[in-house]
Design a protein around this ligand. Sequence first.
Ligand code: GLN
Length: 415
Amino acid sequence: MNASKSTIAPIPAGELARRMLSAKAEQFTESVIREMTRLAMKHGAVNLSQGFPDFAAPAEIKEAARQAIADDINQYAITWGAKPLRDAIVEKFERTQGIRVDPEREITICCGSTEAMMSAMMAIINPGDEIVVFEPFYENYGPDAILSGATPKFVKLRPPDWTYDERELAAAFGPHTKAIILNTPNNPTGKVFTRNELEFIRDLCVRWNSFCITDEIYEHILYDGAEHITMARIHGMRDRTIVINGMSKTYSVTGWRVGWAIAPPEPTAAIRKVHDFLTVGAAAPLQHAGAMALKSAQSYYDKLAASYAQKRARLVKILEQAGFTVFKPRGAYYIMTDISRFADPDPVRFPADTKDVRFSKYLVEEIGVAVVPGSSFYNDARDGASQVRFTFCKKEETLAAGEARLARLAEQKSA
Ligand code: GLN
């Protein structure tokens, strides 16, 4: 009856991965951070892995989103972003960092800062281009490099204060360096780059004619008097800086996916084209709510930082009591820890190449706490083998539950 059906051979085993899928996509794995959240749910663990708040977003911001939908802001915004949000970004950037940008030619609203970063990379990278990346780094920058076709050169930030070696950094730059990727305040280390450090980086960018793409999503989450300075403010960097930012962390709305890139007109024109064909635009009503959120009074940001300072102190104490070596962050909402003092879990029960992954599996399955293994922040997994990252953007109940479970770890250690 249907003769052709039986003559069509199935795709040979292994053929799909070898020849029919993108070689780029074959080079990286799924996000470990997001996988840890799934594992936390599967094992009923306290989720101290992925950096999203488990508490409510501000009531006024939620109301603004509801209102925008009721007002029928339900169709596409202009592809590079709703005018009220672009205007609000201009106003806020000038108010907080003293830099005035043009909303018509220097801002692109994207689906989260993740897309803003990817669009920025795709907008500037050509074959043969290199990028300098500090490590440990937020894991997205690895796949961003692969997908955009850039060759990353990694430069270590070393604990306890996560400083870089100036000679190592200088040696990573060269004639092919298209950009340095900066993230300040930094995920996962909590480092906040100082003006001196930014100026040293500036000198290298100017010398080698490179961009700086700077992810500043944690700009308002600062401790101990640390100050956030955008690279765009460093003398000589205004026209070679691409600032990536978004609503997610500042307004506790990571699921809204509203982020942006601020860049000079020429890179912005390229970023807008890439963005347009990747996603067309971020959710229109949420962009309108964003315009309202960005007008929040300074007291909102002060309260946010103060609340995170308390949570930081709480988690530092919990982790120290449980036996971790803690590197206290100066910004963002993560704590990198050293796990050298803990025994390496049984590789048969918790199979993995490196200790941090075995330890993270043991923590999520046996202790009931999800963390992110350190190796997911390094190019060479061995470099992160004795580190795991915790986040404290969680309710007091969540931190308390984490404390109770981690106490079992301390008991086992002393037993
Ligand atoms: N930035 C958050 C983290 O590092 C998560 C971001 C994400 O998963 N999209 O945990």
